[in-house]
Design a protein around this ligand. Structure first.
Ligand code: CMC
Length: 443
């Protein structure tokens, strides 16, 4: 078990004494303790419910379940507030950079100059891929989806660094965290290069984290590479905005895998798989494909909105809606403004930006969306920025994964430092009652 100093931001036990909640089950009234978070969020602790009554709770999609105590990220979905370790996302987006934000998330405080220098050096030291990993990459078909390759390659990395299996002290964790953050970028770009049949680039230790990613993606051996500072800043912004989002599907997956004692790489490889789905990180691909379809087929926006409102269509307005935000996603707010700037800088005309804005207007003035508090989320505008940067559509969710890595690492660390039990939900069984096996000849 990893034993490090708890970060100062660790959730404090409730300071107020609140009266217990009362629950009457089968005629018996039970007193349940109320837990209060540092932002005055209230939760009813039901951990003794089954032991005392034989009942469990049932909560589809965990919409009402606090699965843990966490000190990493705070969201107020009604007011559109997002803070990493207490710092508003708007301040980080305007003033920080991805590596510093990663350190903040993982270790709980803004780094000192010495700490950040040490971390950057670790990122440089660990940026190369083992030749065995390059051979492994050759085994994937060129058209393999990069999310499949990324997850497999992250998991396989643990075979090349067996020390991460026995993460006993702080310095092994520091190395493993840096190794994962650094390698995921090298692996992601290598997947892209392999998919287009170009040679894989080596990382350049003289470049910053984001410049290095752009170099790995876009350098070709016979031409010098010049990193556009505005594109570097745009990538930095995208990565910061994706860096954590408390107990979302992929982070909960990482935490669940971590709770079994699995290593950091295995846990984060599982996170990549969870992120891939179109209702989660894959929505950035689905949103741009939806806008392209509307544009190419010249679909009237009101007609499209009518289609997504019709449940029998099986369609949703992609990049809209959120489990937690019942107001405008603050990340979408920042990206909406950034999309225009990046398109202007790159002198690209992207008709999907105008289309997205008009679609947003149509949706937000429709009672269906108003009544359900459905607003654009982070995936609605991010695709336009990535496309303007030259990132191909099938790499959008990979960029999300690179950005989310510090959050996953922070949550993995939090699980391992806590004394929480293995994650193991219960169920309400709805299958057959006991029945006898019928031999094949009698069926
Ligand atoms: N388009 C049309 N209707 C929607 C949408 C949408 N995008 N999102 C929710 N609804 C409706 C839904 O049909 C339901 O209606 P009713 O009450 O009549 O049954 C109501 O709004 C509540 O939706 P829900 O499915 O219960 O909400 P949820 O919290 O389970 O799902 C969500 C959240 C993000 C999966 C969902 O809003 C969605 O599918 N959005 C589109 C996919 C998307 O953009 N995902 C990215 C999420 S943000 C970044 C990330 O996590 O990666």
């Amino acid at each position: 078990m990893l034993q490090t100093q708890p970060t100062r931001n660790q959730a404090e036990p409730p300071s107020q004494d609140l009266p217990d909640a009362e629950l009457t089950v089968a005629g018996e009234t039970l007193r349940l303790p109320v837990v209060v978070g540092s932002e005055n969020e209230h939760a009813v602790d039901i951990s003794q419910l089954r032991a005392q009554t034989g009942y469990i709770t049932l909560d589809d999609g965990f919409a009402n379940t606090g699965a843990c105590r966490s000190a990493v990220t705070y969201i107020d979905g009604d007011q559109g507030i997002l803070r990493y370790r207490g710092i508003p996302i708007e301040q980080l987006a305007a003033q920080s950079n991805f590596v510093e934000t990663a350190w903040l998330l993982i270790y709980g405080e803004l780094p000192t100059p010495v700490q950040i220098r040490r971390f950057r050096n670790l990122l440089i030291e660990t940026e190369m891929l083992h030749e065995g990993m390059r051979n492994l990459l050759d085994g994937f078909p060129p058209k393999a989806h990069p999310m499949a390759t990324l997850s497999a390659m992250i998991n396989a990395s643990s075979c090349y660094h067996p020390d991460i299996m026995e993460m006993e002290d702080e310095s092994t964790f520091d190395l493993a965290a840096a190794r994962l953050m650094s390698k995921v970028r090298t692996i992601a770009a290598a997947c892209y290069k392999a998919s287009i049949g170009q040679p894989i680039n080596y990382p350049n230790p003289a470049l910053s984290y984001t410049e290095n990613f752009l170099h790995l993606m876009f350098s070709i051996p016979n031409r010098p590479f010049a990193c556009d500072p505005d594109i570097r800043l745009a990538l930095n912004l995208i990565l910061i905005l994706h860096a954590d989002h408390e107990q979302n599907c992929s982070t909960s997956t990482v935490r669940m895998v971590a709770s079994s004692g699995a290593n950091l790489f295995a846990s984060c490889a599982a996170g990549v798989c969870a992120l891939w789905g179109p209702l989660h990180g894959g929505a950035n691909v689905a949103a741009i494909q939806m806008l392209e379809r509307i544009q190419h087929e010249k679909i009237d926006l009101k007609d499209y909105v009518a289609m997504v409102k019709d449940k029998s269509s099986g369609m949703r307005l992609m990049g809209f809606g959120h489990r937690v935000y019942k107001s405008y996603d603050p990340r979408a707010q920042i990206l909406r403004a950034a999309a225009e700037k990046v398109l202007a800088i790159t002198k690209r005309k992207d008709p999907t930006l105008d289309l997205a804005r008009r679609l947003e207007e149509v949706a937000l003035s429709d009672p269906y969306f108003k009544d359900r508090n459905l607003y654009p989320n982070v995936d609605f505008y991010s695709g336009m920025i990535m496309r303007a940067m030259g990132i191909p559509v099938n790499m959008f969710t990979v960029i999300f994964a690179i950005g989310r890595m510090p959050g996953w690492i922070a949550h993995w660390k939090e699980v391992r430092e806590s004394d929480s039990r293995i994650s193991r939900p219960r169920q309400v069984y709805t299958g057959s009652n006991q029945r006898d096996y019928i031999p094949m000849e009698n069926r």
